[in-house]
Design a protein around this ligand. Structure first.
Ligand SMILES: *[C@@H]1O[C@H](CO)[C@@H](O)[C@H](O)[C@H]1NC(C)=O
Ligand SMILES: *[C@@H]1O[C@H](CO)[C@@H](O)[C@H](O)[C@H]1NC(C)=O
Ligand SMILES: *[C@@H]1O[C@H](CO)[C@@H](O)[C@H](O)[C@H]1NC(C)=O
Ligand SMILES: *[C@@H]1O[C@H](CO)[C@@H](O)[C@H](O)[C@H]1NC(C)=O
Ligand SMILES: *[C@@H]1O[C@H](CO)[C@@H](O)[C@H](O)[C@H]1NC(C)=O
Ligand SMILES: *[C@@H]1O[C@H](CO)[C@@H](O)[C@H](O)[C@H]1NC(C)=O
Ligand SMILES: *[C@@H]1O[C@H](CO)[C@@H](O)[C@H](O)[C@H]1NC(C)=O
Ligand SMILES: *[C@@H]1O[C@H](CO)[C@@H](O)[C@H](O)[C@H]1NC(C)=O
Ligand SMILES: *[C@@H]1O[C@H](CO)[C@@H](O)[C@H](O)[C@H]1NC(C)=O
Ligand SMILES: *[C@@H]1O[C@H](CO)[C@@H](O)[C@H](O)[C@H]1NC(C)=O
Ligand SMILES: *[C@@H]1O[C@H](CO)[C@@H](O)[C@H](O)[C@H]1NC(C)=O
Length: 753
């Protein structure tokens, strides 16, 4: 949307908070080209496959390429060639072209569209206990720990041979598996890591940055005893679906090109994965120009569940990414574990912070405190930017205060302090980060404090001529009953591409998550660790991918939409203390942050009712978004004529949540629920919250007499007596079975216009 310049390669990023955005530009661009067989009529989706075998597609795609070299001045250059021929994700290809060459293709029969690709950034032990997954729990028993399910991860590759990818007790992949192990030594794959392909970063599927190893082990890592980072978080590490198979598709180094992502999705669909996990993304765009959305549609058509990260651009509204309704969009919260590092000031004031790096030999003695900004002004030294502290006098041997932000990562700030001779670092949040602090593998003694505590620290600094502080370590502390808290970075709704669909859908553990790492992290204590604690919606997404794998194993016939509905309608809105889940400001988080709430895996296996959708149900919705026939056709990969289809508004899609903009005219929507609980059951409705609104549901009671029976109900939304404009009213529509065994809750957000 805003700020997108199609002439630049804008980058999709890995959605962990450790990685940063880069940008490049070039005269030539990689274009993504959609095509169709000329003459294939609307609604005749089978025409293409019946006239052209998949194996013939690459040859046919060649017809679209210009035959002349890129530059007539340089005859040594060869004509453009195809980078990727897509088969499953849609009919089309990627090629490196000049804008003129892309334009020239428009006249070739069968051409639909060509757009320069974007590059997207990449956005444990205890998190499983936090989710309620323990050995012998019913969920793991019933799903056989995910045995036989294949999770495909599109990420930065994977580290074969890591203990998390041991295949003890894991059977060979199912016969439908058609993937490949593209390591130079194919024996690096096993029954856990059944496939590894590479489309980025020089050909090897190996993970050079750690992100892909972390996400894969979170979704489906095997059991590893004694996993810890510098002794912290020690316990048995496992993925959410520890017996599931992993297929790795390397589509990113630090950034992820759309042509590579599509190549990875194309392969994953063809290889036969059951779940696709995407911890990467970029700013929201219309779905037809968002490769992840287009690729995911082909996946769900084949029954493959797609889960993707909501992005790390929160807490501002409208920052959610990967918001297509056929994707599960996952935000991030924390867990009840802290790796505590405490700052004790000269006046004995004490502030609890976090750090994963906790050297055993650090004396808890007071050191002079140093802050390069006497003020919280934005100068480079107060942010401890690289190079900014080296020339600052009087810093050596002191504990240095660094502000979060300034475009530099937290660990890099510590490197600067260490290089400048500082004895330690206290990282303090600025107002936007609030109470979200990180447990990082710092390179020196450090702790990270909240904004509120940081302000007290600065007041103390002002109050005395000889400020001092010590950092003490308490290691791993479990049982913070404020958890889960919505993380500051977690992308927030409303969805820019489709405000009528509430996004994100769900939050899961994504803040301070321990999982496998590609190398030993920082070695300045001579301690090594092949696990690491990192944060991001990149970390919450694979938790939900693993949960989807378990649900698919328990309910093999459920559609991706049914699995998503089960996850959403059973979510919880309260923290461990039973109070509403809070955000980074310690006020109750709103539904634009939480979506349906925090995932509750134990209840998601047996939701009672689901809001189901077939892939063709999205077509009237896409027409209703006002897309042209061609734009809808790009998403659904076949010719569409919206005029011949009864299009629906976004809010009418049979989605498990509601997001409505309401003026003076009342609005009424139908929803259809499918009975997946006990055959004979009666549900009654309750509307909660939704102040300043009149909400009527009809009927108020649903009586089912058969399994898989579908019943439609209607909801009317009307402004209440005291409604004011530009206010948001939120609440829930909840169907409860008479036995209270099933509670099916839909979040509702109404923007009063
Ligand atoms: C799970 O299976 C194990 C081994 O068969 C059994 O001991 C345990 O009771 C089961 N747990 C539940 C909750 O059914
Ligand atoms: C981690 O826990 C295991 C088993 O409880 C123990 O043997 C091991 O020494 C612990 N490791 C650390 C670093 O605390
Ligand atoms: C801080 O606490 C220590 C030990 O309890 C005490 O000796 C010291 O006087 C206190 N300092 C201040 C400034 O209160
Ligand atoms: C403190 O901040 C104010 C406003 O941001 C600025 O005008 C002032 O110069 C700063 N003082 C110092 C000592 O940096
Ligand atoms: C502050 O840092 C930025 C980015 O690292 C750099 O461009 C700028 O020159 C620095 N400013 C000063 C005054 O050093
Ligand atoms: C510290 O003092 C400076 C000026 O001396 C002032 O601008 C700043 O607001 C004070 N900071 C705090 C946190 O009290
Ligand atoms: C680890 O130690 C080696 C050898 O001392 C050094 O070259 C390397 O830079 C260190 N790694 C990190 C991440 O500091
Ligand atoms: C790491 O080990 C080397 C060799 O055993 C030793 O010389 C060095 O002092 C150790 N460093 C630390 C920080 O313990
Ligand atoms: C909603 O359902 C009612 C009755 O079940 C039906 O008359 C109406 O046409 C439906 N509305 C839409 C928009 O599908
Ligand atoms: C549901 O109840 C009806 C009568 O109320 C009965 O005829 C039917 O057999 C029951 N179905 C099941 C699956 O128990
Ligand atoms: C509307 O506002 C008035 C005045 O604040 C209050 O007395 C009344 O109860 C409100 N009505 C409703 C339905 O909330």
């Amino acid at each position: 949307m805003a700020g997108y310049n199609a002439c630049f390669l804008t980058l999709l990023y890995l959605t962990s908070t450790t990685f940063h955005l880069l940008a490049t530009s070039d005269d030539l661009h990689t274009y993504i080209i959609h095509v169709e067989i000329p003459g294939a009529g609307a609604g005749d989706g089978a025409a293409l496959s019946s006239t052209l075998a998949d194996d013939d597609l690459p040859t046919w795609y060649q017809n679209f390429l210009p035959k002349t070299p890129l530059s007539s001045a340089d005859s040594t250059q060869s004509p453009p060639s195809i980078l990727y021929s897509y088969r499953h994700v849609f009919k089309g290809f990627a090629a490196r072209l000049s804008p003129g060459q892309a334009k020239a293709m428009e006249t070739v029969p069968g051409f639909i569209s060509a757009a320069p690709e974007k590059k997207l950034p990449l956005h444990s032990t205890h998190s499983l206990n936090f989710l309620g997954l323990n050995i012998n729990t019913a969920v793991w028993n019933d799903s056989n720990y995910g045995r036989g399910i294949i999770i495909g991860l599109l990420d930065s590759g994977i580290t074969p041979g890591h203990p998390s990818f041991n295949d003890d007790g894991i059977p060979p992949p199912p016969p439908r598996w058609r993937g490949a192990c593209e390591f130079a030594a194919p024996q690096l794959c096993n029954n856990k890591l059944i496939g590894a392909r590479s489309y980025a970063g020089g050909g090897t599927p190996a993970d050079e940055i750690g992100h892909g190893t972390h996400t894969a082990s979170t979704a489906a890592g095997s059991f590893v005893r004694g996993a810890n980072v510098f002794g912290n978080g020690n316990g048995t590490a496992a993925g959410v679906a520890p017996m599931a198979h992993i297929a790795s598709y390397k589509v990113c180094d630090v950034l992820c090109s759309e042509s590579d992502i599509l190549a990875g999705m194309d392969a994953a669909i063809g290889d036969g994965v059951d779940v696709i996990s995407l911890s990467l993304g970029g700013p929201a765009r219309n779905f037809y120009s968002e490769s992840v959305a287009v690729g995911a549609f082909s996946a769900i058509e084949k029954g493959i569940f797609v889960s993707a990260s909501a992005g790390n651009s929160g807490p501002a509204l409208g920052t959610v990414e990967n918001g297509a309704p056929w994707i599960l969009t996952v935000g991030a919260g924390n867990i009840d574990r802290k790796i505590r590092a405490t700052a004790v000031l000269g006046n004995n004031e004490t502030f609890f912070g976090e750090s994963t790096f906790q050297p055993a030999n650090f004396p808890a003695t007071q050191h002079p405190l140093f802050f390069a900004g006497s003020n919280s002004t934005n100068n480079n030294a107060s942010f401890c930017l690289p190079g900014a502290l080296r020339a600052v006098p009087g810093l050596r041997g002191k504990i240095v205060i660094c502000l979060i932000g300034g475009g530099v990562g937290r660990i890099a700030k510590g490197r600067e302090v260490k290089n400048a001779g500082g004895a330690g670092m206290i990282l303090i949040n600025r107002q936007p980060q609030g109470y979200t602090t990180y447990s990082d593998s710092h390179v020196l003694r450090a702790t990270h404090l909240t904004y509120a505590d940081g302000q007290k620290l600065l007041s103390y600094l002002n109050s005395t001529s000889e400020p001092t502080a010590a950092i003490t370590y308490q290691g791993t502390i479990i049982g913070d009953n404020r958890a889960p808290e919505l993380a500051q970075f977690s992308g927030r709704g409303p969805s820019q591409a489709s405000p009528g669909i509430l996004k994100p859908d769900i939050i899961g553990p994504g803040h301070n998550i321990l999982a496998a790492w590609h190398i030993s992290v920082e070695n300045n204590t001579n301690t090594t660790s092949n696990f690491n604690i990192i944060s991001g919606t990149s970390m919450s997404c694979p938790h939900l991918s693993g949960i989807a794998a378990l649900l698919k194993s328990i309910h093999p016939k459920w559609s991706p939409a049914a699995i998503k509905s089960a996850i959403m309608t059973t979510a919880t809105q309260v923290n461990l203390a039973g109070a509403p889940i809070e955000d980074e400001t310690r006020r109750p988080a709103n539904l634009f942050g939480l979506g349906a709430g925090h995932v509750n895996i134990l209840r998601a296996t047996n939701p009672g009712l689901v809001y189901d959708l077939r892939s063709e149900d999205y077509i009237p919705y896409l027409c209703g978004l006002g897309y042209t026939d061609q734009q809808v056709g790009i998403v659904v990969n076949r010719p569409i004529r919206c005029a011949e289809i009864a299009s629906v508004s976004e809010e009418e899609l049979n989605y498990p949540s509601f997001s409505i903009a309401l003026g003076s005219v009342a609005q009424t929507y139908n929803r259809t629920v499918t009975n997946v609980g006990e055959a004979n059951s009666t549900y009654t409705v309750r509307v909660t919250g939704l102040p300043r609104m009149d909400v009527a549901v009809e009927p108020t009671s649903l009586r089912f007499v058969a399994a898989n029976e579908r019943i439609t109900y209607r909801v009317s939304f009307r402004r209440g007596v005291n409604a004011t404009s530009n206010a948001v009213s939120q609440g829930f529509i909840t169907w409860s079975s008479s036995t209270l065994k099933y509670v099916v809750r839909s979040p509702v957000v109404v923007l009063l216009r």
